[in-house]
Design a protein around this ligand. Structure first.
Ligand code: SF4
Length: 363
């Protein structure tokens, strides 16, 4: 894996900066402000995406803020410029989902991923702007999805990995009826300055326990377990070198105002005296395909990040699994991009691989 690919596999779009919740671990700086993406921005992205979609499966992920806070009419106008070969996804807190939204998802073929952190007591960080717990409204949204037969994925933030939690969470998500589960150990990112250093043993046994729970009833695709098993299978088959893509996926994030942020959506909305605003251009003045073809030099921090990835390649035995992790974690933990290990990569790459192998070794 070298450099940055000119063709992404998906693009992240921010239909509004606004979120109707105020979760205490949220990284977004402008979540109280309703700055909506104009249709011209979506049309400009759609023109480039047309070409990307011809190269294979291509997705647009509508992420916020809370994307449903943009309203159905506006979101429909933003979807309209995209051709039929593009898959649409929303990452939503589910609190606004009702019958009308379920009909919208079905009509527009939108795939839904819901953010929920497990049973009610595990959602104490998820509150609305009045400080009231959001769990009951999240659950009402999920019940609407079930009523309408809309399949969904779930994304769960774990703020304090500890013994017993993984089994409890897996049982909960089985009951909830999601098809795919992603687990994010809380990250120190954006306006969330909480330090994400957890005891190595606690994180490692969290992942080992999650695999054990999954193996008792593997009805859910668990993202992190599937990554790990794919890597372990490739190592055993002597194909480990082929597991990482030939070049980094640029993961372009298009902010509400059309600015493009590469490699880490979490950098959108921040400014640094040294690195500037982290953006690589604006789709209102430069086609997205042109921004991506000059990606490696499109913002001052990107070369530094690529140097950091090369340092990882030279120094880290986990590189073949991890690929160098995310730019934003380096920046928000180290204040620069060319460091190597972060708390994030320890929690979500190193301990993950070790935990899954611990489980395999104990079988
Ligand atoms: S696990 Fe950490 S140090 Fe190792 S390659 Fe990934 S980011 Fe770099």
């Amino acid at each position: 894996m070298r450099g940055i690919a000119a063709v992404p596999t998906y693009v992240v779009m921010q239909p509004t900066t606004l979120c109707n919740l105020d979760c205490s671990y949220c990284y977004l700086p402008f979540r109280a402000v309703d700055k909506r993406m104009p249709v011209e921005v979506a049309a400009a992205v759609a023109a480039s995406v047309e070409g990307f979609a011809q190269a294979g499966r291509f997705s647009v992920v509508w992420h916020g803020g809370e994307p449903l806070a943009a309203g159905r009419e506006h979101l429909a106008a933003l979807l309209a410029p995209f051709g039929p070969g593009v898959e649409h996804h929303v990452q939503t807190n589910a609190t606004l989902i009702d019958d009308a939204w379920c009909e919208f998802f079905a009509e527009h073929g939108v795939r839904v991923s819901v953010s929920v952190d497990g049973p009610e007591p595990r959602n104490e960080e998820r509150i609305n702007k009045a400080g009231i717990p959001a769990y009951r409204t999240i659950l009402r949204g999920i019940e609407a999805l079930h009523r309408h037969g809309v399949p969904f994925s779930a994304l769960c933030v774990v703020s304090n990995p500890r013994p017993g939690l993984a089994a409890e969470l897996y049982g909960y998500f089985l009951e909830l009826g999601c098809e795919v589960l992603g687990i994010n150990i809380e990250e120190q990112e954006g306006v969330n300055a909480r330090v994400n250093a957890f005891a190595d043993d606690a994180v490692r046994s969290f992942w080992a326990e999650l695999v054990a729970a999954w193996r008792t009833d593997p009805r859910i695709h668990v993202r992190e377990i599937e990554w790990t098993l794919r890597y372990a299978g490739a190592v055993l088959a002597g194909r480990a070198d082929g597991i990482l893509p030939a070049a980094l996926d640029p993961i372009p994030t298009v902010a509400a105002d059309g600015r493009v942020f590469l490699l880490s959506p979490e950098l959108a909305g921040f400014t640094d005296p040294h690195y500037g605003d982290f953006s690589s251009g604006n789709v209102l003045t430069t086609p997205l395909a042109a921004i991506l073809s000059g990606a490696a030099t499109s913002a001052p921090w990107i070369g530094e990040y690529l140097n950091g990835v090369e340092s990882c390649r030279r120094s880290c035995p986990y590189f073949g699994f991890c690929g160098g992790a995310h730019a934003a974690n380096r920046y928000f933990e180290h204040g620069r991009f060319d460091g190597t290990e972060t708390n994030h990569c320890r929690n979500s790459k190193i301990r993950l691989l070790e935990g899954v192998l611990d489980h395999a070794g104990a079988c």
